[in-house]
Design a protein around this ligand. Structure first.
Ligand SMILES: CC(C)(COP(=O)(O)OP(=O)(O)OC[C@H]1O[C@@H](n2cnc3c(N)ncnc32)[C@H](O)[C@@H]1OP(=O)(O)O)[C@@H](O)C(=O)NCCC(=O)NCCS
Length: 238
């Protein structure tokens, strides 16, 4: 079992005034407190993350986060990954309003980050794997507080940079990071070119009823067969 990672320092109590993390959506006073995740929190944190990224994922080529549920549960067991929950405490009630995950090493078998890029440049990154704030509590300074907490962990552990990945069209997040002095490191972007080809499906076609030749009515048919019969009888007598 993990949990031997460095201990993030306790957040200031009450939560940092500077981050503005004390106001709530309803204008009531509340306090944001940070704690490490427990096994019993995993399921509701997973649900929380799905909610936070629902709108983001609708607009991006690559699913941003969270990764699979299986991976999320595995992360909890891994060494060297810090998972923190941010709870808004109002009186006796508390609600999860933020989540952060960071690692001291490049983690996960699906990670394509190149650690040499950083060593060559004398960078010792803290990899911020996840930052999420509840959609109902965004824009209140909670994200700023989460980021301060990440920076605090980085400093305590001798890291020189916070490094994270964000989709270029996750505009809210990009604005958030840019306003907090994050700069683009590399340019891994998705390109697409439209291939001009004929479709294997034929285009729509107009259909309409063709006018049919007019049908003789029953009486005409009967008259016709009677006169034919008469003609045959006459012919027989001659
Ligand atoms: C990006 C995110 C963490 C910011 O959290 P937050 O609590 O809204 O951030 P703060 O209130 O501290 O800061 C708000 C700032 O971010 C921007 N912002 C981002 N989302 C916003 C929202 N839904 N409403 C208002 N402002 C938002 C604003 O530009 C605002 O401007 P400021 O820099 O002048 O303060 C949050 O929007 C989020 O969880 N988004 C969905 C998940 C996600 O995309 N995570 C990042 C993946 S890399």
């Amino acid at each position: 079992m993990k949990r031997s990672e460095p201990t993030p320092a306790k957040p200031k109590s009450p939560a940092s005034e500077k981050s503005g993390a004390r106001a709530t959506t309803r204008g009531e006073e509340g306090t944001i407190s940070v704690r490490r995740i427990h096994r019993r929190d995993l399921l509701r944190t997973w649900e929380f993350l799905k909610l936070c990224f629902r709108d983001v994922n609708r607009e991006t080529v690559e699913y941003q986060r969270p990764r699979s549920k299986k991976r999320f549960f595995e992360v909890y067991e891994e060494e060297g990954i810090v998972q923190l929950l941010f709870e808004l405490i109002q009186g006796k009630t508390s609600v999860i309003v933020g989540y952060a995950e960071c690692a001291f090493e490049i983690s996960g078998s699906d990670n394509w980050m190149n650690h040499r890029y950083f060593t060559k440049r004398d960078m010792r990154p803290l990899y911020v794997e996840e930052i999420a704030v509840h959609p109902g509590y965004q824009g209140l300074g909670i994200g700023g507080f989460v980021l301060e907490q990440m920076e605090h962990i980085a400093k305590l552990n001798g890291c020189t940079h916070l490094v994270l990945e964000v989709a270029e069209n996750n505009e809210n997040a990009l604005r958030f990071y840019r306003a907090r002095s994050f700069q683009k490191l590399d340019a891994a972007i998705f390109l697409a070119k439209r291939i001009m080809t004929e479709s294997d499906i034929l285009p729509p076609r107009v259909v309409s009823r063709r006018p049919r030749p007019s049908q003789p009515d029953v009486q005409t048919l009967l008259n016709g067969s009677r006169s034919r019969a008469r003609a045959t009888t006459k012919g027989k007598g001659t």
